[in-house]
Ligand binder design. Sequence first.
Ligand code: 5GP
Length: 221
Amino acid sequence: MNEAERCAEQMKNKGILIVISGFSGAGKGTLVKRLLQKYDNYALSISMTTRQPREGERDGVEYFFRDKEQFEATIAQNGLIEYACYCGNYYGTPKAYVEEQLEAGKDVILEIEIQGALKVKEQFPESLLLFVTPPSAAELERRLVGRGTESMEVIRKRLARASEESEGIEAYDYIVVNDVLDVCVDEVHHLVDAARRAPVRREAFIKEIREELKGFAKGAE
Ligand code: 5GP
């Protein structure tokens, strides 16, 4: 088997768990949507939340919309990889889908906030953590207001939360500035591709080549 074949073989193996976080209004949703349209190696995890659906949002598509009791029952059943409270609502990642898709070799995207991202990194140290930000704070406010989906009170809460979240950016592997969408999409795709080549994800390859080299070393004795 040559290097290219080995690499292809490994790619058939487990997928990469990708965490995408960023300030509310950074354009994560659009970025992820475009990534899924453009490339076929990704699967998007649908989170569970207790927040009310926004206009046009459907249960099981953008989120699984559940009440507090149902959410807490899922926590008790150990059905979530992580969960967090964000601006007064629960948000969490259902476990089964993520595990299935990773096993099937898909690169699974979690679009989650920072507390959840840190919990994922603890449980899956080999996961890839990306932080998406607009070019400036002024641009963030402009996008939040322009979106027109939240009241000024909610926007203020989200900007305050963004300020808190900016303190945690160093925990991420990479920062991606979302200025021109398609450039940003390709940048994320390249980072995922590079992550696939990290030694931690190439254990089988490393083991094999070590064995082969030992064989050569013995022959030289
Ligand atoms: P939104 O209400 O705008 O849809 O989401 C609010 C925040 O919750 C966003 O930062 C989003 O990334 C985050 N979020 C969505 N799903 C999850 C989840 O399953 N877990 C965590 N920890 N955060 C999530």
